[in-house]
Design a binder for this molecule. Structure first.
Ligand code: OMD
Ligand code: FE2
Length: 462
């Protein structure tokens, strides 16, 4: 496989090698959530039978990247062995760098707001904005130094990153909404289009390039999307309980990269996020120089259209936890630091049922975004819930269908109905979300959002 500006190999070495698939875009992937993958970009680069031979093959350096404590139970243990041209330790001193519109927990600058809030998409950024500069924090919870909680970011970018970034504070779940992304990671290349999600694990270095072909974005066009930065335990697949052995997001649809490396010599800016601040150093080589690796602390992409949607085939609207793609558990069973939930195309067949989301108040806090089309609880169109926009229904805030949706759905003929005009998602969290001042005061905040529930008529008959 030829990758511009890098060398890559499709040699895969485990039993799941058969499952490594060539995508239409020409990238090779390794399949399976949580698998122990093995891959080498050059034949013989990956040592066999041991992690740390006295001399690693091809003059490479062996290095372990740990995403869990050494001592965590096997089921939670995450690490990847990297075989690289230079060890990561070969770097100069980092100095503080400006963070732009990126913020981190604890979020203490604004008063937590119980109001229902909704935003239009981010305004287009100035030319030359890369993915890192284009990150804009909406809010979050927890504390980066305690590895708890999460942050909600949006991004809008129009230039490729030339610098390399990594986040010690958490993993990054990237949800493209407009335009595709090529993610050049330490472990290889991933492609994420709108409708896909990409996950970069804690500490893994990467560069993001807007994709300019096949996405209709054109040169210099803005790519946009959402990011859940998960400070807590890594996202995992939810248990299925009585659903059985299959369904929701199927493990084999999660695709990790094959090894791909850069041999760039010369100055490369490397930025790290550490305890909420950005730090930068100029290396004399690219740190994306991993020629082979094996392990389970890996980036991946997942196509949300693969989600196996399960719902009611009798009556009533099921709780949206049944749409959970990924969950970050906390010490309390069933209480997620962050859940990633998708509202994918599905059939609604419930008898004598109000089919859209019900009116509710929830102890969990709900941030929703829209990748395409419309969402069945909200009227579409400008000034509404639009792709690239978002809503926050914080802990216990009263929300649900807007008036138009209520009127329509409570009188609709209940024939089987396919919902296939949109892709919405939710970042749901056990802790309230505190906004950043920039989100609270944003020009693109919809100040009339409460009005969507105005005029819900009194229908009571005694
Ligand atoms: O508020 C929302 O739209 C999200 C949501 C969807 C649903 O189907 C049921 C409950 C819920 O919070
Ligand atoms: Fe809700």
């Amino acid at each position: 496989m030829r990758i511009p500006d890098g060398k890559a190999g499709g040699t895969t070495m485990t039993s799941n090698a058969e499952q490594a698939r060539k995508t239409a875009e020409g990238l090779s992937y390794l399949s399976g959530f949580g698998n122990q993958h093995s891959t080498e970009a050059l034949p013989g680069a990956l040592p066999t039978g041991r992690n740390s031979p006295q001399r690693a093959p091809l003059g490479l350096y062996a290095e372990q990247l740990s995403g869990s404590a050494f001592t965590e139970p096997r089921a939670h243990n995450r690490r990847t062995w990297l075989y690289r041209i230079r060890p990561s330790a070969a770097h100069p001193r980092f100095v503080r760098a400006a963070g732009g519109a990126l913020r981190a927990a604890p979020f203490t600058e604004a008063v937590p707001d119980p109001n229902r809030l909704r935003w239009n998409p981010l305004p287009d950024p100035p030319p030359g904005t890369d993915f890192l500069a284009g990150l804009w924090t909406l809010g979050g919870n927890g504390d980066v130094t305690q590895r708890t909680g999460m942050a909600i970011h949006l991004y809008a970018a129009n230039a490729p990153m030339t610098r390399v970034f990594s986040d010690a504070d958490g993993e990054l779940l990237v949800v493209p909404e407009r335009g595709g992304l090529l993610l050049r990671t330490e472990l290889g290349l991933l492609r994420a289009e709108p409708g896909h999600v990409a996950l970069i694990p804690r500490g893994v270095r990467f560069r993001v390039e807007p994709l300019e072909s096949g996405t209709g974005t054109g040169a210099g066009a803005t790519v946009r999307g959402y990011v859940c930065e998960n400070y807590g335990s890594p996202f995992t697949l939810p248990d299925l309980g009585p659903i059985g052995a299959n369904g929701l997001a199927n493990p084999r649809d999660f695709l990790a990269p094959v090894a791909a490396y850069e041999e760039t010599e010369g100055p490369v800016e490397v930025v790290g996020k550490f305890c909420g601040n950005l730090w930068t150093a100029t290396y004399d080589h690219s740190p994306l120089d991993v020629v082979a690796w094996h392990g389970n602390h890996v980036p991946y992409v997942y196509d949300l259209h693969r989600f196996n949607v399960i719902g009611s085939i009798s009556y009533d609207h099921p709780d949206p936890s049944i749409f959970t793609v990924l969950t970050s558990p906390t010490d309390t069973p069933g209480l997620a630091g962050a859940d990633f939930v998708v509202f994918a195309p599905r059939w609604l067949v419930g008898e004598d049922t109000f089919r859209p989301p019900y009116f509710h108040r929830n102890v969990m806090s709900e941030y929703m975004g829209l990748v395409e089309g419309a969402y069945d609880a909200k009227s579409a169109g400008p000034g509404g819930f639009v792709p690239g926009g978002g809503s926050l229904h914080n802990m216990m805030s009263a929300h649900g269908p807007d008036r138009e949706t209520f009127d329509r759905a409570s009188t609709a003929e209940l024939k089987p109905q396919k919902i296939d005009d949109g892709l919405a998602f939710m970042f749901e969290t056990r802790w309230p979300v505190t906004l950043t001042p920039q989100a609270r005061d944003a020009e693109h905040l919809q100040r009339d959002y409460d009005d969507v529930w105005r005029g819900l008529r009194r229908e009571f008959r005694s």
